[in-house]
Design a protein around this ligand. Structure first.
Ligand SMILES: C[S@@+](CC[C@H](N)C(=O)[O-])C[C@H]1O[C@@H](n2cnc3c(N)ncnc32)[C@H](O)[C@@H]1O
Length: 237
């Protein structure tokens, strides 16, 4: 997969892309991430990309021309069928199902806003979907873009060593993950549940399933309520 990011602060991405799973995924060739500096696409001699809002009011607005120019130069570098987004608090909210959908795209283009946001003509004039990482406002689109990168790249085939990890984790089946334990067997008076030491894989699976449901009921009952009702014929498919 090819991912292009357009940002005013490309240096912010170096740490996230240079460590852990995202670095491994790039080293393996599962993904190529290209971060482009929006200021390279302004014609302003001072590399300015923003201006004061018409009508007055606080803050600065990202001007249309640098974003249109960046888009027109960078979008053709991506593969046909790439999904292209403005990061925007009002966009479609990212969740695990949306991340899975994006992981099947041949490429992504993410445009990060800043200041008060984008001149409206960017929304009106460019063929971009809008994506939000949640109902709160961050300073810029860089952290949201990094959230998208992480959520999507770890789902690409072969990136997470054991594919079961991304199948069994929270939100994959409308429920949270089960509890996990490692050594030591007893810690500060808290014991590892006996079933996990039993070696009985069927019992362990049943316990994990039950615990995942209990945890979901305790912490995120809304996920269970949103699950499709069981088939009355008893057909589990
Ligand atoms: C300070 S915000 C602009 C907020 C805008 N004035 C509003 O009230 O909706 C600057 C930029 O950060 C990014 N951003 C902020 N919060 C975000 C979120 N929850 N999801 C995605 N992008 C976000 C967007 O790119 C946005 O253009």
């Amino acid at each position: 997969m090819r991912i292009d990011v357009i940002s005013l602060f490309p240096a912010m991405f170096a740490g996230v892309l240079g460590e852990s799973m995202l670095k491994i995924a790039q080293d393996q060739g599962a993904v190529a991430v290209h971060v482009h500096d929006l200021r390279d696409y302004t014609l302003d001699p001072h590399r300015k990309v923003d201006d004061r809002p018409y009508g007055g009011g606080p803050g600065m607005v990202l001007a249309p021309d640098p974003v249109f120019r960046a888009y027109e130069a960078i979008a053709p570098l991506g593969p046909p069928g790439a999904r292209r987004f403005l990061l925007s608090p009002g966009g479609r909210r990212l969740d695990q199902a949306f991340a899975r959908e994006l992981a099947t795209a041949p490429g992504l283009l993410l445009v990060c806003g800043h200041y008060e946001g984008f001149d409206e003509r960017i929304r009106r004039g460019l063929p971009l979907e809008e994506l939000s990482i949640g109902d709160y406002v961050l300073t810029g689109g860089e952290i949201p873009a990094m959230v998208v990168l992480d959520a999507v790249i770890r789902l690409l085939p072969g990136v997470v060593g054991d594919p079961a990890s991304v199948i069994e984790e929270s939100f994959s089946d409308g429920r949270l993950d089960c509890p996990h334990y490692t050594r030591p067997r007893a810690y500060r008076g808290m014991e590892v549940p006996e079933v996990l030491l039993s070696g009985d894989h069927a019992r362990i699976e049943a316990w994990r399933h039950e615990q995942a449901l209990l945890r979901t009921r305790e912490l995120r009952r809304d996920l269970l309520e949103a699950r499709p009702a069981p088939d009355p014929s008893g057909d589990p498919s």
